[in-house]
Design a protein around this ligand. Structure first.
Ligand SMILES: N[C@@H](CCC(=O)N[C@@H](CS)C(=O)NCC(=O)O)C(=O)O
Length: 236
């Protein structure tokens, strides 16, 4: 597919707006002013879904009648086809630094906590010995490589800000809920940086939608567990 063909193909983002990976691509599409539609999809190992995302994850970006998955691959596709407005700076080392920040956040903060959360099913647990250390190490590393003035890389929004916002806000919440005393909110750079990101209308809208959908899901789960009366939910 040529860049021109990609540019003129309709885009559909499949997934659910409580997923940080879904929200990463959604927010980037909005910041880059690329038109797209959304279609609800859940992770699945059904054969038909594996055709769209061979790992069975969300999100999937549909480009015409083709399907693309893995958000870093999607991110690079978007930058190649729609370089303007870019979410990467001109300076090639600054670009690499942003990719490095994305890796720190996804591989060393999100991934270890997520594995634990899936294993433990959401109930409060004692802090696993290496987890806090691993996450604090990545937070300190981010503190060393980011400017946070006010954006991660200085004066322009980038993929690092998108990924930091859609990942660190929910992961901090999850750490607090699962283990307590989240090290994320304690990182020296976190508070004022997140306040800046929350102050951006597109970022704030992503978070508002996540909260709204989460609330509906939680009530639906409670209802399924017989804890809440469906009449109050407007869900019948
Ligand atoms: N590395 C993947 C991660 C995507 C991912 O973990 N998606 C989660 C939702 S936030 C998922 O689909 N999980 C289902 C599962 O683990 O089976 C990407 O960048 O797209």
């Amino acid at each position: 597919m040529t860049p021109e063909e990609a540019k003129t193909s309709p885009l559909i983002l499949h997934g659910f707006p409580v997923s940080n990976y879904y929200n990463k691509i959604k927010l980037a599409l909005q910041l880059k002013q690329i038109p797209f539609h959304e279609e609800k999809a859940s992770p699945s190992r059904e054969e038909a879904y594996l055709e769209k995302n061979p790992l069975g994850f969300i999100p999937v970006l549909q480009v015409g009648n083709r399907y693309l998955s893995e958000t870093q691959a999607i991110a690079e596709f978007l930058e190649e086809v729609w370089p303007e407005p870019g979410l990467l700076p001109e300076d090639v080392l600054a670009r690499a630094n942003i990719r490095r920040a994305v890796s720190y956040i996804e591989n060393y903060i999100d991934a270890p906590l997520r594995r634990l959360a899936y294993q433990r099913g959401g109930e409060q647990i004692p802090e696993p010995p290496e987890l806090r250390d691993e996450i604090e190490r990545a937070l300190a590393a981010l503190g060393r490589i980011g400017l946070f003035s006010p954006w991660f890389q200085g004066n322009a929004v980038s993929w690092a800000d998108v990924v930091a916002f859609v990942t660190l806000v929910p992961v901090d919440e999850l750490y607090q809920k699962l283990i307590g005393d989240s090290p994320i909110r304690q990182a020296a750079w976190f508070g004022s940086y997140m306040a800046h990101l929350h102050g951006q209308p597109l970022f704030a809208a992503i978070e508002a939608e996540r909260q709204k959908v989460r609330k509906v899901l939680r009530r639906a789960q409670n209802m399924a567990a017989g804890q809440e009366n469906p009449r109050f939910l407007g869900l019948r």
